[in-house]
Design a protein around this ligand. Structure first.
Ligand SMILES: O=C(O)CC1=CCC(=O)O1
Length: 269
């Protein structure tokens, strides 16, 4: 079964092995989602490089453990998972809050991070006011109350019009997340600020964003890229906040190019 218990927390994951010497990519999901958001990306990349996807704490089928009190709780789990698999060096792909978790692991253990792909994320996302008002609504009325608004941020009008079944499924994924995991992670994002540490990122970094991302818009993601020495910035056309679902082929092309640009011969030991 695709479960592992580390540090008292059972994490749901899927590991797709590959031959060769390419370092594994570990994918970290966003708020209100689970590892199914990577299905198409994993299908496209399977066999080319090792791929690890997992449900972060309090999401999907993973435990919440002692709760989500800060981004560090998510970083603890990622750190433990990387150790569990015996990975020496990894490429981290973090979506939205997942990008903050990736930045957090780089702060903690830069020697383990070969490269960062930061998708639709930032050094600071939203304001205390915006997160507090979302938390208040969700505490009172549940995730259902914000679901239609979140769908407008996650996906473009074209996706809404052209893929109604996928939209309904993704909305179900959001509304079925456990409330404590969702609210705890909202608070963690509210309190996180990676502005200073972003200036010290010293590994190859690709910042990528959907052109119609309503949560971390292109200008915000560009400002993250501007903080990180040497970071590349790319915009994906016709995508909202979750390009891995909306434009997986375009995203995979960027991933392939990024991995190919990394130092050859790196392995996961
Ligand atoms: O669900 C949203 O509003 C978008 C988002 C913000 C942080 C995150 O992980 O997703």
């Amino acid at each position: 079964m695709p479960f592992v218990t580390i540090g008292g927390i059972t994490l749901h994951h899927r590991y797709v092995e590959a031959d060769g010497k390419t370092a594994p990519i570990v994918f970290i999901n966003s708020l209100g989602t689970d590892l199914r958001i990577w299905d198409e990306v994993v299908a496209l990349l399977a066999g080319e490089m090792p791929l690890l996807v997992y449900d972060k704490r309090g999401h999907g089928l993973s435990d919440i453990g002692s709760g989500v009190h800060s981004i560090n709780d998510h970083v603890d789990d990622l750190h433990a998972l990387v150790d569990h698999f015996g990975f020496d060096k990894v490429v981290l792909f973090g979506l939205s809050v997942g990008g903050m978790v990736a930045q957090g692991l780089h702060v903690r253990r830069p020697e383990s991070v070969l490269g960062l792909i930061l998708s639709d994320t930032a050094h600071k996302i939203g304001t205390a006011e915006s997160w507090n008002s979302r938390i208040a609504v969700v505490e009172r009325y549940g995730i259902e109350a914000i679901a239609d608004g979140v769908m407008k941020v996650w996906f473009t009008p074209d996706f809404h019009a052209g893929r109604p079944a996928d939209l309904a499924g993704c909305r179900n994924m959001l509304t079925r997340q456990a409330l404590p995991g969702y609210i705890g992670t909202c608070k963690a994002v509210r309190d996180a600020d990676f502005t200073e540490s972003a200036r010290r990122i010293a590994v190859p970094t690709l910042c990528v964003v959907g052109d119609q991302d309503g949560s971390t818009p292109p200008d915000l993601v560009r400002s993250l890229a501007d903080l990180i020495p040497g970071a590349r910035f790319e915009i994906i056309r016709n995508a909202g906040h979750i390009p891995c679902i909306e434009q997986p082929e375009a995203l995979v092309a960027l991933i392939r190019g990024f991995v190919a640009s990394l130092a050859p011969g790196e392995t996961h030991g």
